[in-house]
Design a protein around this ligand. Structure first.
Ligand SMILES: [Zn+2]
Length: 747
């Protein structure tokens, strides 16, 4: 069959060459396949599947989690995929004791519960639900004065310092938002706090935003955001098995030896439960940007308000079930295009993650239909439904760690999705895939407006920017910039641990939220507020499905290094600017301190502690990085020229040649990793993209250099510039090898 394809390809090429048909038209075969693929997609199937998968709570270790995995397995099997379940055994703490009480100035006991609402059928399954808690909080029993710390991020503690307030020996209460939740207890503990309460403020997530559930979509007074608080910026996956797969008999760290659990006990609560605590706080009134939307005057504390917090978990090992479905490639079976979305939820998880899961399965179904027509992908396609994403990307990480060597060899790219709603396409990922995914998005029609999802995303960016310059750029742009990825979903082990080019796709912005990680994230909620017609589920299937099909079938893998070089150059400029700004601000601060400006301005009736003097910011040596970026731009440019020439002349590689150039192209991302990893967090090997150590989900690009600058470690910044420059140079050399192959073929 392979030889036939090759033979017909040659004849086809010859005909095209003779008739002078443009290259674009050669892709008609591909667009025929995509048209067929689209014709198999059916919103009713997504709806039916969502109903089944969200019928019961399906967190890690629950009976329905396993049933769902088996259901997904049976579906892929029925669609003709080679499918199995891969089981891992992970440390997954569940609540044993949760006590929170205000003991002074008066007694109050929060309910720590999400009561059922009659408009929501599954909210009555309280016996099957995981109680509201933060997974991987350590056990602890603490009593102390309460202090409100806003989002609980480092800049909030600077503000507390100005007010002369310390959280040492205190329990902090912090609102959700501002950074990923795991950052809050981490920073609180660094400042000496002994306990951490996290609540959802109605300003960010409740009646201030819109009508609350069940009248509207938004978080009602009892809604609680569960979630993991493990120190994910250090490593993801089972906390007891860093770097290795959690197979049945793997050697594990004892719980007491795990470094990424929180240092202090943590508990999430609703705004119903937070209100009496916050209301009772005394001390200074909070700064304006710390104010939420509760009907109180927000005070910082501390004072008479004392709380008792006790958290204990059952530290059990639980099985997780990844569903892995495969279709072997007809020409290059050892090149893997991988697609994934998790299937576990905190409770019923209709939106997170099932809205993305049912779309991914629809792609699986449609690809199954294509198989029946005799089509086979050139490269192998692997569809994954991950378990254990919510506690810390457990299923995807353990799979990546178990198969690391093979994945480094074979993985072409990884395409992720998670929650999906009505609205606008969001594209993030490796910038070598930027042009590619832009082209995909131009070929998918928005279900509400009839223009492409790309056009609509672009129009929204134009409307949302206030800069006339940016507006102008956007109007004439060929490519929308895709976001760089931090963390927060299953792409992290692929991209940042193994160096596999990755994308994260999803629609949103019109569907209404407010039930994130709560018992009200249900089928009943989703079909009212998420994507009632499932047309955006279909749009996701069309987008991600096209990306998979093109990566699986394209002749030369559609990576574009120009985009990547351009972005890295921007990131370097940002860091240079950051350093210069820090230098000016530091000089200014020291001047103002010298002139006692702060004390002169401060209100004498309030406590005010001026900031500390900072050492001046030296000039750093970014020359190695600048040179490396320059080389990279040249290499990327030459590659693109050589590829264009190759295409223009209608050249063809032999199968062996194509295999080698493909390998060079997709394995190039591996060269962006550094075996030693980032300083203090060796699991994160990617030198370009990492979750911020103090932002969690938020990305830090060129993290080794950027975070050294941000934390004023100047020597480290200089040292890391050299390290990253070497990494980029090695990457450029790989691109040069691919260029040479293209040039030789044209000669
Ligand atoms: Zn999710």
């Amino acid at each position: 069959m392979k030889t036939y394809t090759r033979f017909f390809n040659l004849i086809f090429m010859a005909i095209i060459f003779l008739c002078g048909i443009s290259f674009a038209q050669m892709n008609t075969a591909q667009s025929e396949i995509e048209k067929k693929f689209d014709s198999y997609l059916n919103p009713a199937d997504l709806n039916a599947r969502l109903k089944i998968l969200s019928a019961h709570p399906h967190h890690v270790g629950s009976p329905y989690d396993k049933e769902n995995a088996e259901f997904i397995l049976s579906q892929y099997k029925s669609w003709g995929w080679d499918t199995h379940i891969e089981t891992f055994y992970v440390l997954f703490p569940t609540p044993k004791t949760r006590v929170l009480e205000m003991i002074s100035p008066e007694k109050f006991t929060p309910i720590l519960k999400e009561p059922p609402v009659k408009e929501d059928k599954t909210s009555y399954q309280t016996d099957e639900q995981l109680p509201t808690y933060n997974a991987y909080s350590i056990d602890g029993d603490v009593t102390g004065e309460l202090v409100y710390v806003n989002y609980g991020i480092p800049s909030d503690y600077d503000q507390l310092d100005r007010m002369g307030i310390s959280v040492k020996g205190k329990i902090v209460i912090t609102r959700y938002g501002g950074a990923w939740r795991g950052i809050k207890p981490k920073v609180a503990a660094e400042h000496g706090a002994i306990g951490c309460i996290i609540y959802s403020d109605p300003k960010n997530d409740g009646y201030y935003v819109g009508d609350v559930y069940p009248k509207g979509a938004w978080r009602n007074e009892y809604g609680v955001q569960r979630g993991s608080v493990v120190d994910m910026p250090v490593y993801t996956g089972d906390p007891s098995t860093p770097f290795v797969g959690s197979t049945k008999n793997v050697k594990r760290l004892a719980v007491k030896d795990i470094k990424i659990l929180t240092k202090i006990p943590v508990l999430p609560i609703s705004y119903h439960d937070a209100l009496p605590l916050l209301k009772s706080l005394t001390g200074p009134v909070v700064p304006n940007n710390w104010k939420g939307a509760l009907p109180i005057t927000y005070h910082v504390g501390p004072g008479l308000t004392k709380v008792h917090l006790k958290v204990e978990s059952n530290w059990d090992i639980k099985p997780i079930h990844d569903v892995i479905a495969m279709i072997k490639g007809s020409e290059f079976p050892d090149q893997w295009v991988i697609r994934g979305n998790h299937h576990d939820g905190w409770v019923n998880g209709a939106e997170d993650p099932l809205s993305g899961q049912v779309a991914e399965m629809e792609e699986g179904k449609a690809i199954g239909e294509l198989l029946k027509t005799g089509w086979r992908p050139k490269r192998t396609i692997i569809y994954c439904a991950w378990d254990g994403e919510e506690p810390g990307l457990l299923g995807s990480t353990e799979w990546c760690e178990t198969h690391a060597d093979e994945l480094k060899q074979k993985a072409v790219a990884y395409i992720n999705s998670d929650s999906n709603d009505r609205g606008f396409l969001s594209m993030e990922g490796s910038h070598s895939l930027e042009t590619f995914i832009n082209n995909v998005a131009k070929d998918v029609t928005d279900p509400e407006k009839g223009i492409s999802v790309w056009e609509r995303a672009k129009d929204r960016q134009i409307i949302n920017t206030s800069s006339p310059e940016v507006k102008g750029e956007l109007e004439s742009t060929k490519n929308l910039k895709i976001g760089a990825m931090g963390s927060g979903s299953d792409y992290t082990p692929f991209l940042q641990h193994l160096g596999i080019a990755s994308l994260n796709l999803g629609f949103g912005g019109e569907g209404e939220g407010g039930v994130y990680h709560s018992a009200y994230d249900s089928y009943d909620h989703y079909i009212r507020f998420g994507d009632p017609t499932f047309e955006y589920g279909i749009a996701l299937a069309k987008t991600a499905g096209r990306a998979v099909l093109r990566l699986a079938d394209d002749d030369i893998l559609p990576f574009n290094f120009d985009d990547f070089a351009g972005r890295v150059s921007t990131y370097l400029n940002e860091i240079e600017k950051l350093t210069n700004n820090m230098r000016e601000e530091t000089n200014q601060l020291n001047l103002e301190l010298k002139d006692s400006l702060f004390t002169e301005v401060a209100d004498p009736t309030k406590t005010y502690i001026p900031p500390k003097r900072e050492d001046p910011v030296p000039y750093l040596n970014f020359a190695p990085l600048e040179n490396a970026v320059n080389t990279l731009k040249k290499s990327a440019d030459e590659y693109q020229k050589a590829k264009n020439e190759f295409m223009k002349r209608g050249k063809e590689f032999t199968k062996d040649q194509e295999k080698s150039i493909d390998q060079l192209i997709y394995q190039s991302e591996r060269f962006l990793t550094n075996k030693e990893g980032l300083t203090g967090r060796p699991w994160y090997e990617h030198e370009i993209y990492a979750p911020g150590f103090y932002t969690g989900y938020g990305v830090k690009t060129l993290p080794a250099v950027r975070e050294a600058v941000e934390s004023r470690k100047w020597e480290e910044a200089n040292k890391q510039s050299v390290v990253v420059a070497n990494t980029l140079d090695n990457y450029s050399k790989e691109i040069d090898k691919a260029t040479e192959m293209l040039e030789n073929a044209v000669k």
